[in-house]
Design a protein around this ligand. Structure first.
Ligand code: NAP
Length: 363
């Protein structure tokens, strides 16, 4: 049977809640000019995917916009199975192993609203399906030494951690250890934090990671973490960072914590340090009525840079792949679920039991 006679099998979300994820099929699409059809082999889940399914990812929604049926999940690795007919020669050929980029139009430089409109897994249909058509610009070649499951972990978790550590540096600068720099990855040991730990260590930096679990911190040590802190049993972890760094503070903080961690990060950042603001697993809103110095004062106090990060452009993704290949970094896959188990995989991610990435094997 040729591919065009087949159906695409997919998961769709059209009401809030993982329990409302539903399976259906749709006719196989045909790639047009500057497009390719990809057979999706593996997807990795991100915190954002669970927010989308649970109706909590509404930042760019228009008011009163009704929820549209959507294929969730942004990150995939797969194989090109058909190339659209166009005027010129395609960048891709049948058999190429490719990864998706999160914001399909974000190729270089600053991200803009027009790029956010091309996000996979919202607002565009994502990758929790057996086949999908991609624009030829929205893909990156998968590193040959990685399995499909491993490569599917790179587009969001890897690139975001990369941008948190290297985004303010010119393309091509490598090495965060030469001046004895310290990188702190917060809060927890999910996809971004574990990627940040691996990148920091490969850069030669001293790496400090925090988690709610001693067991997970032991795993972080086997990946090379120089210091580990349990933020549950040691809520004053920022003081521990200052102690470890001889009161100098951290040069880079990969801030995935948000409301519950940012002010602590500002208390353990080095003079001239960088806080990359990425996420909010500890909360989105400051506690009402909590008196503290204004953020302006806290930033100038140690001449800190606060940099918001929304993933990264394709050229930085490609740069990161060269770095991964050079250092033979393998993304940490905690668990692989079957395609039929996609809802279970999402629940597992929400439970926070994982260390690194949760993957769904599609085909
Ligand atoms: N700005 C961007 O471009 C970007 C890109 C990717 C992710 N993010 C954000 O970064 C954060 C981390 O994303 P991720 O995909 O790495 O997450 P993840 O894989 O789901 O990991 C989250 C980890 O955070 C810890 N945690 C602490 N409090 C938690 C809570 N209340 N609920 C759930 N987990 C909690 C847990 O680790 P321990 O048990 O070890 O403490 C958990 O394993 C999220 O806020 C996400 O939205 C932003």
């Amino acid at each position: 049977m040729t591919i065009t006679n087949q159906q695409v099998s997919r998961w769709v979300t059209d009401q809030d809640g993982i329990e409302n994820l539903a399976r259906d099929t749709t006719p196989m699409p045909t790639p047009g000019p500057d497009e390719v059809l990809v057979r999706i082999s593996a997807v990795s889940l991100n915190y954002r995917d669970t927010e989308v399914v649970n109706g909590l990812y509404n930042y760019y929604d228009k008011p009163d916009q009704p929820r549209q049926p959507l294929v969730p999940v942004s990150d995939m690795c797969g194989t090109v199975v058909a190339v659209g007919e166009g005027d010129g020669e395609s960048k891709w050929k049948v058999g190429d192993r490719v990864m998706s980029t999160f914001l399909q139009s974000h190729l270089t430089g600053q991200v803009y609203p027009r790029d956010l409109a091309t996000g996979l897994g919202k607002p565009l249909d994502g990758c929790l399906q057996t086949y999908r058509v991609f624009g030829t610009e929205g893909l990156v070649r998968a590193p040959g030494y990685l399995t499909d499951e491993e490569a599917s972990c790179l587009p969001i978790a890897g690139v975001t951690a990369w941008m948190a550590i290297y985004g303010m540096e010119p393309v091509g600068k490598e090495g965060r250890g030469e001046e004895g720099e310290t990188v702190v990855v917060l809060q927890g040991t999910g996809g971004v934090s574990v990627a940040g730990l691996q990148i920091a260590k490969a850069s030669g930096a001293r790496a400090i990671i925090t988690s709610s679990s001693d067991e997970k911190l032991q795993k972080a040590k086997t990946l090379g973490a120089d210091h580990v802190i349990n933020y549950r049993t040691n809520p004053d972890w920022e003081k521990e960072v200052m102690r470890i760094t001889g009161e100098a503070g951290a040069d880079v903080i990969v801030e995935t914590g948000g409301a519950g961690t940012l002010y602590k990060s500002l208390d353990c950042i080095a003079f001239g340090g960088l806080i990359s603001c990425i996420g909010y697993v500890s909360g989105r809103e400051d506690k009402a009525g909590e008196a503290r110095p204004n953020l302006n004062l806290l930033a100038l106090r140690r001449t800190v840079t606060l940099k918001g990060i929304i993933n990264g452009p394709r050229d930085r993704f490609e740069e990161m792949c060269r770095f991964y290949e050079k250092h033979q970094i393998r993304p940490v896959v905690d668990r692989v679920f079957g395609f039929d188990e996609a809802a279970e995989a999402m629940r597992y991610l929400v439970s926070g039991s994982h260390f690194g990435k949760v993957v769904v094997k599609v085909a």
